[in-house]
Design a protein around this ligand. Structure first.
Ligand SMILES: O=C(O)CCC(=O)C(=O)O
Length: 291
C-alpha cells in the first residue's frame, strides 16, 4: 500500500485550525452505492441496527417518514461489507490514518450520520473526546460525505483552533441528545466557525479535541455521511478505557485486514476503565453562577 502524507496546506490547516479536507478519497460512484446500502436499511420496516432516533422523527409509515426516523446508526460497518471494504476497513482512509498512527491500526468507533431533508436535527457542539471521556487526544477522526454536505443541508461546522484547548467536561441539558459543550461557551462563536462543505467521497479529518457541530436541515436535500475513529494497539494499551471496547482490527504490521466480517480487537471488558457519568446541567449551572 502506498504511503500518504499531507500537502503543505493540509498540514498547516491541521496544525492551525484542527482539521483538514481530502477530496475524492473514494469515487463518487462508490459513494452513491454506499448511500444506497444505508438507505435500504433505513427504509426497512424494523431495521435490525443500533440506531439513535432523530428527535424530529415524523413518526409515519410512508417511505418518506421511514427515511427520517434516525440520526445515527452505530457499529453499522459490521453488517455492511461494502461499507467495511470501501471505508473503515478499506485502503483509502487507512493509509491516511497510518500517517498519524503507524502500521498497526484498529477502528475505535464507526457510525453513519443521517440528516434527513426538512426534519434532520442538530448535532450539538461537542469534542469527540468530551463524549468518549477517555482522555484520548491522539485518535484519528474522519467523516465522509455520501451526499453533498452544504451550508443549506447542515454541513459540519468547526471552531478553528479549538483543538488546542483542554478537554472540557460535557454536560446534559434536558433537551440534549447526548453530552455537549457547556452552552455558555458556545453561545457567541457562530461568526467565527468554518463551514465544511464537501462532496460525495470527500472526507474531513479532525483532532479529537476539536469543537464541532452541525445545524438542523431545513432543506429539501438529505445528508448522509459515514464517520469513523482509528486508534492503535499502543494507544489503547497506554489508555485502556471503556471507549475501546468494540475495536476492530484494520491493519496489522502494515497489512490491511481485508476480510469481512471484521476481526474484533481482543479486549477484556473487565480490564477497561469506565467513564464517569455526565455532569448534570444543574451542577453546571450552579458552577456558572458561582464563577
Ligand atoms: O454528522 C453530524 O452531523 C455529526 C457528526 C459528528 O459530530 C461526529 O462524527 O463526531
Amino acid at each position: 500500500m502506498t504511503t500518504w502524507s499531507p500537502t503543505a496546506d493540509q498540514a498547516r490547516q491541521y496544525e492551525e485550525d484542527g482539521y483538514f479536507i481530502v477530496r475524492n478519497v473514494i469515487p463518487r460512484e462508490t459513494a452513491a452505492e454506499l448511500r444506497g446500502v444505508i438507505k435500504n436499511t433505513v427504509l426497512m420496516p424494523e431495521p435490525d441496527v443500533m440506531a439513535d432516533a432523530d428527535p424530529m422523527d415524523p413518526m409515519g409509515d410512508s417511505a418518506k417518514a421511514r427515511e427520517a426516523r434516525f440520526r445515527k446508526l452505530s457499529n453499522y460497518c459490521f453488517r455492511a461489507p461494502l461499507i467495511w471494504l470501501n471505508v473503515h476497513g478499506g485502503p483509502a482512509i487507512a493509509r491516511i490514518a497510518s500517517y498519524f498512527l503507524g502500521d498497526d491500526l484498529v477502528l475505535k468507533f464507526n457510525s453513519c450520520f443521517l440528516k434527513p431533508a426538512r426534519t434532520g436535527s442538530a448535532t450539538p457542539w461537542h469534542q469527540d473526546n468530551g463524549l468518549w471521556r477517555d482522555g484520548d487526544t491522539a485518535a484519528f477522526n474522519f467523516w465522509m460525505a455520501l451526499d453533498p454536505a452544504t451550508r443549506a443541508n447542515g454541513c459540519l461546522q468547526m471552531m478553528p483552533g479549538s483543538h488546542k484547548g483542554e478537554i472540557i467536561p460535557h454536560v446534559l441539558y434536558p433537551d440534549s441528545i447526548h453530552g455537549e459543550l457547556p452552552r455558555h461557551l458556545t453561545a457567541g462563536i457562530q461568526e467565527r466557525v468554518h463551514h465544511v462543505e464537501i462532496g460525495p467521497g470527500d472526507i474531513v479529518c479532525w483532532h479529537s479535541s476539536m469543537w464541532h457541530y452541525s445545524p438542523p436541515n431545513p432543506s429539501e436535500q438529505g445528508r448522509i455521511a459515514i464517520a469513523g475513529v482509528y486508534s492503535s494497539p499502543s494507544l489503547i494499551a497506554s489508555n485502556p478505557k471503556w471507549s475501546a471496547r468494540r475495536c476492530l482490527w484494520v491493519k496489522k504490521k502494515g497489512e490491511l485486514c481485508a476480510q469481512f466480517p471484521p476481526e474484533p480487537y481482543p479486549l477484556e471488558e473487565a480490564d477497561l476503565h469506565r467513564p464517569s457519568p455526565w455532569r448534570e446541567v444543574e451542577d453546571r449551572l450552579e458552577e456558572e453562577a458561582a464563577d
